[in-house]
Design a protein. Sequence first.
Length: 268
Amino acid sequence: MGRIFYIAKRAYSILGSFPRLREKLNGICVEYHQTHENLNYEMASNGEGWLVETLAQQGLLNTVFDVGANQGEWTGRVLEINPKAMVHCFEICPPTFQKLSKNLAAKKDRATLNPFGLSDAPGEIKIKYSPNDDGKTSMFNVLLPLNVEIVDAKVIAGKDYCASNGIQSFDFLKIDVEGAEHLVLKGFGDILTPEKVPVIQFEYGLINIETKFLLKDSYAFFESRGYKVGKLLPNGVRFRAYRYEDEDFFGPNYVAASPQRATLLQQK
């Protein structure tokens, strides 16, 4: 490793006389690093598809919560790979919920569509909605296109939803709520244990700078409850202890899993 570092420093020094070439090489290296760290939002190639398919093949993807369901692409894929799956969808933004309902109209027997979000407490809140990109809807002022509308929305706590529906455990929790992940997690209370909810997929990225809930905090939350935590890669989850250098805000997806599920999902 020391020799590689020496060569890199030497190459950088030599390229000092060629600033345009040095910038081009730097761009290539940055692109390579981002690809290596799976800065990828495509379900088919970033590991999200691999994750649900792997669990479905083992009969471990039957009752699923999709928090931040957006227009239903992720839920649609889960229902496709496991015809027996039941998915509880939560979409906080009214205009996006209409699209979700239309897209999953033929699958409402297996998808419960809820026109509200999950948080740490019930209430009415204001959210920022971009008609140009439903996926950017957020409580926070970051990563938003210029065309933003303030929309009234409703939230409840996950533990209350489970109590109202007689749900004591479920197989998989997917959270994609543009920075409010920590509020969703808090709202489930004591339900979030490896025994009751063995796999949780959550987002992490630049928006965590705004929320001030860092990757370090996610690790602390999950590990205190007995979960293993790791980054989702195209062909597995890289479970390992938190390192400060992992606080890169690249994301996009991390997984918290029970020790048993972690063994199944560990990157080979």
